[in-house]
Ligand binder design. Structure first.
Ligand SMILES: [Zn+2]
Length: 343
């Protein structure tokens, strides 16, 4: 079989072919193809020639070998140079359309409930209240007994309690924190607890975990009038509306007298609508004068001091303010819903 052995001319022809194809190449892919064609490990045209060197007569082997190896280096350098040129061209081709609308960065924001909590904090800080929070797991004493819930009293059933081992409960109201607070302080006291509470309850307007704020103001000569005035200010700032307010007589074991606190329906301005069930009033929460038994449990002289007390849900004013009818949607964490609150 005739085998054409490489000579000077073969190499020159190969170099000419290489230069021609490289000049025509316009993409990085084409460069890769040329590298394979000429320098590919198995079938590259120059690789084959280099492989044949050992079959040459010794006199030619050295000269042709030197030339072929120099060409390999030249090819590699030329390929790289061309690749660099193409890269620069691609970069130059990128241009900016200054008239295109900008991309809005996705900026995080507070959850509407966190934002509402901050709002409530600010209101009470301005009124010189101390803001606090306590444990979410309580024992029977702090959640019930110290707050004048007698053993076997039906009032305990009003709270759909989550019971835990060893007579512990998930706190059913933030009022449980009040006794902890009072144990270490002396009147005059202005305090508000803000935090999570838990009850076995789930429907449109109830979730098993929800938030409350709950406060006390203890001093000499405190009365229901102070309570009404304070809550009026707080609710107007909270709902950001002018409101009428009213007490309705009610019962909570830890207050005497006890009342429900209502405000004008902000949706119908008192005309009557679905949210206020046609009454023109919205129930906001419970309040009253702290029961002397509770003051006694906190070792505060109930002859000398009186205490006003109030407790409100945080989700309810939030729902009213933003006209949301289903509470559960706040806890589904659907970004499409949550990002609508520009609070
Ligand atoms: Zn209404």
């Amino acid at each position: 079989m005739y085998t054409h052995l490489p000579d000077k001319q073969t190499l020159e022809n190969l170099q000419a072919a290489f230069i021609q194809t490289l000049d025509a190449a316009q993409t990085p892919e084409a460069i890769t193809q040329i590298r394979n064609d000429f320098l590919g490990r198995k079938d590259g045209k120059l690789t084959k020639i280099l492989r044949q060197l050992k079959t040459l007569p010794e006199a030619e082997r050295k000269a042709i070998g030197m030339q072929a190896n120099a060409m390999k280096k030249t090819f590699e350098d030329a390929l790289q140079e061309k690749l660099d040129q193409l890269g620069k061209k691609t970069v130059q081709k990128v241009w900016i359309d200054v008239t295109a609308p900008g991309k809005k960065p996705n900026i995080g924001r507070l959850h509407p409930i966190s934002s509402m909590i901050q709002h409530i904090r600010r209101i009470f800080e301005q009124l010189n209240f101390d803001i606090t929070n306590g444990p979410e797991i309580e024992d029977d004493y702090y959640n019930f007994s110290a707050l004048n819930f007698q053993k076997e009293h039906p009032a305990r059933d009003m709270h759909e309690t989550f019971f835990l081992p060893r007579k512990h409960v998930l706190r059913t109201h933030t009022t449980a924190t009040d006794i902890h607070y009072l144990e270490t302080r002396k009147p005059p006291i202005r305090m508000v607890t803000i935090g999570k509470t838990y009850r076995r309850d789930a429907d449109l307007t109830h979730t098993p975990m929800f938030h409350q704020f709950d406060g006390l103001m203890i001093d000499e000569h405190i009365s229901m009038a102070h309570l009404k005035g304070l809550l009026h200010i707080v609710m107007e700032r909270l709902l950001e509306a002018r409101l009428e307010v009213r007490f309705r007589i009610s019962y909570f074991p830890f207050v005497e007298p006890g009342a429900e606190f209502d405000v004008t329906c902000t949706l119908c301005r008192g005309e009557g609508c679905v949210t206020c069930k046609g009454t023109g009033w919205l129930e906001m929460g419970g309040c009253g004068m702290l029961h002397p038994n509770v003051l006694k449990n906190a070792k505060i002289d109930s002859e000398k001091y009186q205490a006003l007390a109030f407790g409100f849900g945080i989700e309810r004013p939030l729902m009213i303010k933003h006209k949301v009818s289903d509470l559960r949607i706040f806890f589904e964490n659907d970004i499409r819903f949550l990002k609508q609150f520009d609070l």
